[in-house]
Design a protein. Structure first.
Length: 175
């Protein structure tokens, strides 16, 4: 199903459960390392089972409102492990992208705006995690995959000293 004329993109991808995590970032940002960390986290049960789609270069295709990711054939089943070199591992030939992780993202914030948490690729809107330089992405991905969005605004404290009303109201358990 790969379009032979389509250019590959500089990214890695890992199928976690039933959706792929597309990992983008500049050279040296840690795409391969994060891909391998996801595979290991899947093996240890921290996240759903995870398998490599592609490392370093992948093909992206929009199909029926979904973004598909496939490995570049010459690199299928290969992953770089810094300190060990290029290694062979299990891989899947195609997956639906469900999350984009941008490493060394200049728009990474402690409390990101909602529009920073989505991206459109080839006309398909996908949840996104911008990760700042030097930050560890795995806990953010695990949280995105295993938690739901926060409490409704109505339960937030109106007396927040920071003025951004992001604190949950005190309860008997916190006092």
């Amino acid at each position: 199903m790969t379009d032979a004329g389509a250019a590959s993109v500089h990214a890695s991808a890992v199928l976690v459960g039933d959706c792929a995590v597309l990992i983008r970032g500049p050279s040296g940002a840690g795409k391969s390392r994060l891909a391998f960390e996801l595979i290991l986290a899947g093996r240890s049960g921290q996240i759903p089972a995870a398998v490599l789609v592609g490392d370093d270069r992948v093909h992206l295709l929009a199909c029926d409102g979904q973004l598909l990711v496939q490995p570049v054939p010459q690199l299928a089943g290969l992953i770089e492990i810094r300190g060990l070199g290029i290694r062979r591992c299990d891989f899947t030939a195609q997956a639906i992208v469900g999350l984009v992780v941008d490493l060394a993202a200049v728009d990474a914030e402690r409390l990101p705006a909602p529009d920073a948490l989505q991206i459109s690729i080839k006309g398909v809107k996908i949840p996104r995690i911008p990760v700042g330089s030097g930050l560890t992405a795995l806990p953010l991905i695990a949280a995105a995959l295993t938690t739901t969005e926060g409490t409704p605004t109505s339960s937030l404290s109106t007396d927040c000293v920071k003025g951004i009303s992001n604190h949950i109201r005190p309860s008997i358990a916190t006092e």
